[in-house]
Design a protein around this ligand. Structure first.
Ligand code: GAL
Length: 842
């Protein structure tokens, strides 16, 4: 056993009393942030304001608050705020002040991670693309043009916040800010210049005098007074770089992001809760779920390339703003348990007591308070441990929390919270009046375009104003060429640095090819029917989200950089790369704003006949729909389409791509270290099929849907769906004073221990229409496939039906009293229920 020394304790209380006297400030010491003299264990969650709509913000914040959060964390997204140098946008989804005020109004704090490099699977990591073209710039290093721009934006944000009194030092909600992001991972490649840059960034930030501390995540060299913080799936082994800094976990990854073509990564909540409890038991006093609500990469904001439009992240609140159970509920219980430990937690340092080979206790005791965390790191089996003369059975890979050093109020592996199954159901609202317009490529050679000898880099030309850049060239072929005479095909080879290309020769689409997030370089081959005379080669190069991770953003190249060659001719293979090329930025439809309600009138549209509908590439489509009644979140089912972008009433829903997910989807067990790839779902189906349409973007009638399809697809199958709860499952054990098991160790004082209620709750506007399964006894299985065990109270179903059917929510007790019988005396019983939720009958 290692006890803390008297000296340490004394030091702790001296600092503690001293800081108590300071008000109106946020300071810190080795144990925690101290807000106006008060210490708190701060529970935080990331919600990125542009990834939802202002109309959703309040509800998200309230859900976060009800989930036990104290802090909302957000990055600041430079590229949406400063689209051109000195031109700012803080409107709509980008109204950061409104977002922060929404958080404040609900009594929560804010961690403002200004960056301004943010990574975040966000286009170009949050850097405005114009920054790449500032002469002499070198990103994220000791470079004057870069530092000037970074300082300019950081100052701009700080001043905006100050003007609105948003820092805690001014009475506002912001208690912490971040400068840079995970620089540690890149520092090696920058050498001494990187170190100088980090020192400069810290000094620059500190001199902005916000009155609240600054942090740098994953940067072990963060200079004082900046706090270096941890990001990861687990952060319990993290120690700050100075003994007087607190352990802060800025990114506790609640799930993971998704890329088109990959499965969905899920992180089981028992493991997430275990990770958090591990951090807190070792003295960590601030942790942030990245993400608490992931949301949507609307428009062209997703990073990448190929990050999906959904940024759901398997977060406790799902992409659509609905609570994800059991993740949300289980974490809420965890937060409650942690908060019960707060008085003891701040009354001493942790005392470590080994309980077994892979079992430990961390105890906080002082001022008459005592809290303990009992952990079991075994992945295969539960272990019985002795702690302060009582026995506790710890499930594998779990921590029990004892806020009074006696009673277990929470075990990270014991999920009692309800599980909810969500479904996408068709709405009655039909998409009607379909019309199409073909993107005209015959005029590519005319109009405003750029010419060069040799191939040019894509972003340099588009400045990322569009995903698309046309590369066109022509080649004269003599009618006497053998392949022409013999009717054989030539081979066109296109090497690209990303991210995709559609090949057209003489106006015909001959194929498409794509890179991947890991390797943006790829080679496309097409077999070409050449004609005698002039042949036009038109390559539509596509950039689908600029990379968000790494170094030297100034030298990132995209597009068709060659070689481009034509093989099979009499003279062999000819290199077209150095020849004359013309470029056209974007699509005609984009120039004409075809995606917006006023732009659709600029061109002729043709009625779409579903009978003779010919699937063609590069087509614009439009249709209208009325808004379905109710308030369930809405989405477009795009499964029948291939690739493109979609807009509703001129608002961009995002890029869609029906790419099937390749991966390893097998049942996943929570014990053992988590990493992406461990718990995948959704293999062999499109990675993303549904695209969130925020209700606030809709009018009651005649909403305009526009989409641009690059390849082809069946528009008649596109539909508007709503997200509702399909079923709920809930389980709890009875309270049994004499049976010793890991759930119930003693007849405790704490209410949660005795809480043997099962609560079922359907979604908004729904009620419980059916009980599919109910058993008080020894039932087993998982939600959707529960089974009776050897012990079963025969009246279970009937009783639960009586209490719950027709209700929006209901509570029942797992007790012999409630069922008026004991189906198997001396056996610990549980109650398992599966209920169906349906729209409430009027
Ligand atoms: C972190 C980064 C975040 C985000 C996350 C993955 O390394 O700081 O911005 O990209 O990874 O989702």
């Amino acid at each position: 056993m290692e006890a803390i020394s008297v000296f340490k304790l004394l030091g702790f209380f001296v600092i503690f009393t001293h800081l108590h006297l300071i008000t109106g400030t946020v300071t810190y010491d080795r144990r925690s942030l101290i807000i106006n003299g008060e210490r708190r264990i701060l529970i935080s969650g990331s919600i990125h304001y542009p990834r939802s709509t202002p109309e959703m913000w309040e509800d998200l914040v309230i859900k976060a608050k009800n989930g036990g959060l104290d802090v909302i964390d957000t990055y600041v997204f430079w590229n949406v705020h400063e689209p051109s140098p000195g031109i700012y946008d803080f409107t709509g989804r980008y109204d950061i002040v409104r977002f922060i005020k929404t958080v404040a109004r609900n009594g929560l704090y804010v961690n403002l991670r200004i960056g301004p490099y943010v990574c975040a699977e966000w286009n170009f990591g949050g850097f405005p693309v114009w920054l790449k073209y500032v002469p002499g710039i070198s990103f994220r290093t000791d470079n004057e043009p870069f530092k000037a721009a970074m300082q300019g934006f950081t100052r701009k944000i700080v001043e905006m916040m100050k003007a609105e009194n948003l820092f805690e030092s001014q009475g506002g909600p912001i208690i912490l800010s971040q400068i840079e992001n995970e620089y540690g991972a890149q520092r090696k490649s920058y050498g001494a210049a990187g170190k100088a840059y980090i020192n400069w960034a810290a000094k620059m930030a500190a001199e902005l005098n916000t009155g609240v501390p600054w942090s740098m995540c994953k940067e072990v060299d963060a200079p004082d007074p900046v706090i270096n913080t941890c990001n990861g799936f687990y952060c319990d082994t993290f120690t700050p770089n100075k003994p007087y800094k607190p352990a802060i976990w800025t990114e506790a990854w609640s799930g993971w992001f998704t890329e088109f073509g990959a499965p969905i990564e899920q992180r089981p909540v028992p493991d997430l809760a275990f990770a958090v409890a591990r951090f807190v038991q070792k003295g960590g006093s601030f942790f942030n779920y990245y993400m608490y609500h992931g949301g949507t990469n609307f428009g062209r904001t997703s990073g990448g390339p190929f990050i999906t439009t959904s940024y759901d992240y398997d977060a406790p609140i799902d992409e659509y703003g609905l609570i994800r159970e059991p993740k949300y509920g289980h974490l809420t219980e965890l937060h409650r348990a942690i908060k019960l430990c707060e008085p003891a937690f701040f009354s001493s340092d942790a005392i470590y007591i080994p309980l077994g080979q892979r079992q430990q206790a961390y105890v906080y005791e002082g001022n008459g308070n005592c809290a303990a965390f009992l952990s079991n790191f075994e992945t295969e089996f539960a272990v019985r441990v002795l702690f302060r003369n009582r026995h506790y059975k710890l499930p594998p890979w779990s921590i029990s929390i004892l806020p009074d050093c006696k009673n277990v109020v929470f075990n990270t592996a014991k999920v009692v919270s309800q599980t909810s199954g969500m479904q996408m159901v068709r709405t009655g609202s039909r998409l009607k009046s379909w019309e199409s317009h073909h993107e005209d490529i015959s005029t590519l050679a005319n109009g405003p375009s750029l010419s060069s000898f040799g191939l040019m880099e894509q972003i340099n030309i588009t400045r990322d104003t569009s995903d698309y850049l046309w590369y066109s060239t022509s080649i004269n072929i003599s009618p006497s060429e053998t392949i022409i005479r013999e009717g054989r095909k030539a081979t066109l080879t296109v090497q690209s640095r990303g991210h995709g290309v559609h090949i057209f020769v003489n106006g015909r689409h001959l194929g498409s090819a794509y890179g991947s997030r890991e390797t943006t370089r790829f080679t496309a081959n097409a077999h070409v029917d050449l004609q005698g005379g002039t042949n036009i080669i038109s390559l539509l190069s596509m950039a689908a989200g600029l990379p968000n991770v790494g170094t030297h953003f100034e030298s990132r190249d995209t597009g068709i950089l060659g070689p481009v060659s034509l093989g099979g001719l009499d003279q062999g293979t000819i290199d077209l790369s150095r020849g004359p090329w013309t470029y056209k930025v974007g699509l005609n439809g984009e120039t004409m704003n075809l995606n917006s309600p006023h732009g659709t009138s600029f061109v002729d549209w043709s009625r779409v006949s579903f009978v003779n509908h010919h699937q063609q590439p590069l087509k614009w489509y439009k249709a209208y729909f009325d808004t379905p009644k109710g308030n369930e979140p809405l989405a477009l089912d795009m499964k029948s389409m291939v690739r493109g972008q979609v807009w509703v009433n001129g608002q961009s829903i995002g890029r869609y791509w029906t790419k099937h997910a390749k991966g390893k989807c097998s049942p996943c067990k929570y014990p053992g270290a988590f990493r992406p790839g461990k718990c995948q779902t959704g293999c062999n189906v499109p990675t993303q099929r549904w695209y969130h349409v925020p209700r606030s973007w809709l009018n009651p009638r005649r909403n305009l849907l526009v989409l641009f399809e690059e390849v082809g697809g069946n528009i008649s199958r596109i539909s508007l769906v709503k997200r509702t709860q399909a079923n709920v499952c809930s389980s709890t054990f009875e309270h049994h004073p004499t049976i010793s098991n890991w759930q119930i160790e003693s007849s405790g004082e704490t209410s949660m221990l005795r809480d043997t209620k099962v609560r079922l709750q359907c979604g908004i506007g729904q009620s419980i229409s059916e009980i599919k399964f109910a058993s008080f006894g020894t039932p087993f299985g998982s939600c959707g496939s529960f089974q009776h065990g050897t012990c079963h109270a025969p009246n279970s179903l009937e009783l639960i039906q009586k209490s719950c059917v027709g209700q929006e929510s209901c509570e029942v007790m797992a007790s012999n009293d409630y069922f008026a019988m004991d189906p198997c005396p001396n056996v610990l019983k549980r109650l398992l229920i599966e209920a169906v939720c349906s729209i409430k009958p009027n």
